[in-house]
Design a protein around this ligand. Sequence first.
Ligand SMILES: C[S@@+](CC[C@H](N)C(=O)[O-])C[C@H]1O[C@@H](n2cnc3c(N)ncnc32)[C@H](O)[C@@H]1O
Length: 294
Amino acid sequence: MTQPLPFEESARYEDVEMIFAAGSTAATEDADQIGADFGEIEEEFGRFLDESLTLRGPDSLGDLLAGADPPVGGIAVDVGCGRGRDAVRLASRFGLQVHGIDPSPINVQQAKDRAAAEGLDHRIDVHLGRAEAIPLPDRSVDVLWCKEVITFTDPIAAMREFRRVLRPGAVGLIYQVLTGPAMTAVEAHWLASQELGFGPARELRPADVEEAIRVAGLEIRQRVDYASEWGEAGQERDGSAGRRLTHAARLLRTPQRYIDRYGAANYRIMLADCLWHVYRMIGKLWGVAFLLRA
Ligand SMILES: C[S@@+](CC[C@H](N)C(=O)[O-])C[C@H]1O[C@@H](n2cnc3c(N)ncnc32)[C@H](O)[C@@H]1O
């Protein structure tokens, strides 16, 4: 059994969903008194909120995988490997033999170049392919890694394919920023319809991913709700989330200034990307990792 990481303070998606589902108490209580009580604690509350919480960044996904003891020398597949950054980490940190799979020929070439530049091309192979049709034999994979890809796939077809290629008992790690508990259907639909350069995206919530995992016959060993954590870590490191918030504000207030210079298509990508970062900070998007067993 994997040891849970120390993230007890993080609420689960379903807990935050309840916060938004619950109505206000103000209708039944004395508004003046509520305001006065809040006034007493407001400043101190703000200072308490200034205190940093324990924050994990993207590297903690590797720690999650480490807890599942991936076999040294085993076969891994990085589905939707992009430019190969994680494939390199899987090969160097865990001594795995990695297959990177991506439908973009540009990404495949860049991932190959990265593997060669890192001196790891003997351990990393990169192929054109999709999550729904992985070019590897049945039961040939010990570790499956799939980060920020599931929303671009047909999730049930992808999970079935994961099940097909994984050896019985093998481990899978899926990380995805999903539609959050504070996101309305209209906002979610708008965001999913924006082309960010990875192909059409789907609006998925944790329950949709869990259902696809279940239908495919895979088992969830652990679910980690990162929620805004990676965004908070970025904000504390270099102010990146606040910068995106300011950019979103400028894009919305003076669109023509940016459209004139960069064109409407680039404007829309930048707006969706900035809002993506803002939404992840406020529960409209929700980072989740699923550690699976085949
Ligand atoms: C947001 S990027 C994530 C890349 C990488 N996994 C990472 O975390 O850096 C999404 C990637 O998914 C790939 N992709 C899009 N549709 C896919 C599909 N159906 N199956 C596999 N990968 C897909 C894109 O080409 C892109 O490389």
